[in-house]
Write a protein that binds this ligand. Structure first.
Ligand code: ATP
Ligand code: MG
Ligand code: MG
Ligand code: MG
Length: 463
């Protein structure tokens, strides 16, 4: 069955051309004169195509009443100029075929606004709504943009393992993987040893592919990962998921400044990509979801990011008039309210904070000579807060070993990582960008759960 996608019809179709389209009914209106207006959508773009079906189109009278919101159809016909506003063309049907009905009493997606909470409960149907169709397309445009950015710069795309033994972030947020039959074991044993349960070893789902990506950066040069990442965070915030996608570039011979430059260029590239490739979807988000979205995207795309040492940020936060829920103190990590104050009220643009206290950062970050800070950087953007975390990596074997001990890590477990410093160690850097946070930023969606096809959160892990 050859069909033209509705996006194609609307953007390039000419009057008098014949096309066949397939899709789902948004609405049907019947005129007194005996013909019907059917708005059809196939998910290829935001807008539907208006189809006019005359009563004498073969077979139409038999299926007419079954053409309700959500029913699926094939329509062939001729394009004609549309007298209505906003659309160049409409279709005059010559053939119509009903594939599947959608009972008006039970189909949940009737033509009205549904709450996002409700739509999360029907994650299998929500991509049919305008909002989730647009989010899906924007995710797609951004994914392609991620690969294009790195491919254009000669980076290698590396697939790092999902099952791993290293807790790279040291935050204790790992999901453990087990091969044990827990139900059966529970019947015969009262205590189960979880420390050796993956074929006799301990293993978990990855919280970051960074350490493995470093192997490749220190062998083939610039590389990046783009894959699912898991964190057992019971945090129930609007910006945390238990499963999210992370992009992690890792570059040899990069210091922290080079790293900041790449991070800024990358975010700006993604903003420009989405402006260029998804203008109609962005217009929709700006009108219906968050009226500052377009302005924010333009601003991020065009304004140089401010670079601010962590210590300066703490001074700003402690001397301002704003009342914060969480205390600000040198040595504490910033909370989202602090990040938002800095980006939205103080600097009014994206910022890159760097040189964080070493006590709140993982073992692998390059120690500064002051003995107190590490070459860490976080990129913060308005409305979201942290979108990137990164650092220059510690390349000195003795310092790294000492840091691991300080962080209560067993250097023997990381023998392979230490080998990268033992043999031909090089200065290098990298960062991680949360893909859903970028989606949240450009769509204006309030909740990150609506920025991924299948959200996994403490309360939801069904299909
Ligand atoms: P946060 O402070 O928001 O918890 P983090 O500092 O724990 O983030 P990193 O370990 O620095 O996160 O991970 C790199 C990036 O991955 C973050 O900057 C963020 O964009 C994204 N990220 C981290 N945790 C999550 C999560 N649970 N859900 C979605 N994205 C996340
Ligand atoms: Mg976190
Ligand atoms: Mg953080
Ligand atoms: Mg971070």
């Amino acid at each position: 069955m050859k069909r033209t996608k509705i996006a194609q019809v609307l953007s390039a179709g000419q009057p008098e051309e014949t096309h066949q389209i397939c899709g789902w009914v948004r609405t049907r209106r019947d005129s007194k004169q005996g013909f019907s207006f059917i708005e059809m959508n196939d998910g290829s773009c935001m807008h539907g195509l208006q189809v006019i079906v005359d009563a004498d189109v073969p077979g139409f009278s038999e299926i007419h009443k079954l053409i309700t919101t959500g029913a699926s159809l094939r329509v062939a016909g001729k394009l004609q100029e549309s007298p209505g506003k906003g659309q160049r063309v409409e279709m005059l049907a010559t053939e119509i075929e009903l594939f599947g009905t959608a009972d008006a009493d039970t189909y949940p997606l009737q033509k009205k606004r549904h709450s996002f909470e409700f739509l999360r409960e029907i994650a299998h149907l929500r991509p049919r709504t305008n909002t989730f169709g647009a989010i899906t397309r924007v995710r797609n445009v951004l994914s392609a943009g991620v690969h294009n950015f790195f491919q254009e710069r000669g980076f290698n795309y590396i697939q790092t393992p999902v099952i791993t033994t290293s807790d790279c972030e040291g935050a204790g947020e790992m999901f453990q993987v087990t091969t044990l039959d827990l139900e059966r074991l529970a019947q015969v044993k009262t205590e189960i040893d979880f420390s050796q349960d993956f074929f006799g070893k301990k293993a978990s789902l990855t919280v970051s592919g960074q350490l493995e990506a470093e192997i490749f950066a220190c062998s083939v040069g610039d590389c990046y990962t783009f894959g699912p990442t898991f964190r057992a965070e019971n945090s129930n915030t609007t910006r945390h998921l238990a499963e999210f996608w992370m992009i992690e570039p890792e570059m040899p011979f990069y210091d922290l400044n080079d790293n900041m430059e790449l991070a800024e260029e990358f975010i700006q590239y993604l903003m420009k990509t989405v402006l260029e490739k998804a203008p109609a979807d962005l217009e929709f988000f700006n009108q219906r979801i968050e009226k500052t979205v377009l302005e924010t995207i333009h601003q991020i795309a065009e304004t140089p990011f401010e670079r601010v040492p962590y210590t300066t940020a703490i001074e700003i936060l402690t001397s301002c008039d704003e009342k914060f829920e969480y205390p600000v103190e040198w040595g504490n990590d910033l909370q989202s309210e602090h990040e938002r104050f800095l980006t939205e009220k103080h600097f009014k643009k994206p910022i890159i904070l760097f040189d964080y206290p070493r006590s709140i950062k993982p073992f692998y970050m390059r120690c500064n000579d002051d003995g107190k800070t590490v070459r860490a950087m976080d990129v913060l953007v308005p409305r979201i807060g942290e979108i990137i975390g990164g650092s220059q990596r510690e390349e000195r074997l003795d310092v790294l070993e000492a840091r691991m001990k300080e962080c209560d890590l067993d250097p023997e477990e990381y023998w392979w990582y230490l080998d990268l410093r033992r043999f031909g160690s090089v200065p290098h850097s990298g960062f991680g960008l949360g893909f859903e946070r970028i989606v949240q930023l450009v769509t204006g969606m309030q909740n990150i759960r609506d920025c991924i096809p299948f959200p996994r959160t403490p309360k939801n892990a069904s299909f």
